[in-house]
Design a protein around this ligand. Sequence first.
Ligand SMILES: NC(=O)c1ccc[n+]([C@@H]2O[C@H](COP(=O)([O-])OP(=O)(O)OC[C@H]3O[C@@H](n4cnc5c(N)ncnc54)[C@H](OP(=O)(O)O)[C@@H]3O)[C@@H](O)[C@H]2O)c1
Length: 269
Amino acid sequence: MDLSTYRIGIIGGGNMGQAIIKGLRAAPQSPTISAWDAAGDCRELLKENLQVTVSQDNRELVLNSDIIILAVKPQIIDAVMAEIASSLTTEKLLISIAAGVPCKRLEKPLQKPVPTIRIMPNTPALINRGISAIAVGSQALEKHLEIAENIFACLGETVLVPESSMDMVTAVSGSGPAYIFLVIEAMLDAAVGLGLARDLARKLVIETVLGSTEMLKKSGKHPMELKDMVTSPGGTTITGLAELERYGLRHAFNEALKSACKRSQELGK
Ligand SMILES: NC(=O)c1ccc[n+]([C@@H]2O[C@H](COP(=O)([O-])OP(=O)(O)OC[C@H]3O[C@@H](n4cnc5c(N)ncnc54)[C@H](OP(=O)(O)O)[C@@H]3O)[C@@H](O)[C@H]2O)c1
């Protein structure tokens, strides 16, 4: 799809807003991009470092865009919607990446059938290795979905999900990078605790995580099968795994994901 025919307006130029801008800039046919952010220093950065047209305000941004991406925190979505509702028309496409906010909450103040799409990206989008789950609102058509898929393909992989799965997706891939960073940090500190130099520990842990996930992806095998391959009877790995189970790693992940999913549901209310 040729994205260069579209004018994309981004509301909120923080972490994710900037990741989207960078991803779109690297696309073979880059669209026209404008943005607005409440913070003056962020607007300056958008203009100077990312060469984005900065609008006067959110309303002007919407008037001059075909596709509007809401990249602000969930807590201020309603205020932004109240600001832009009258400028949105049925010819425009509204995309939100706000955690927990359902399409029907975006549609409610509009009082006209504006197509909406909800997307949950994740931070590896900053290096084009993200995964974005896409769910369509009640007024979105196949052509709108195609546009959204093409925009977010600039940030990594995309996957289509029913909106009812979005809170679960948020808990898994939206919040997921932070869980993995914590696991890596724990493993790194444990390696230093054993007596390894931090630089060496960092290299060993990062390459182990990268190699293991790559192996899992390429082989198509179940993680248990790959785990069995490295656990020889009475060996070191089975001893380590037994400790991870004893201290409840599996249970901790179960509780963490349940709690993150619940929080996503709360943010949507
Ligand atoms: N970061 C993630 O890992 C991640 C992953 C998936 C989805 N998301 C979703 O992405 C959205 C943005 O997250 P983020 O991490 O990019 O947040 P962020 O870095 O805080 O960026 C949001 C930006 O929006 C600005 N803003 C506040 N009010 C505004 C308004 N009325 N109009 C325009 N801009 C306004 C903020 O300015 P101030 O700082 O001055 O308020 C801030 O610069 C959130 O809804 C989040 O749920 C984030």
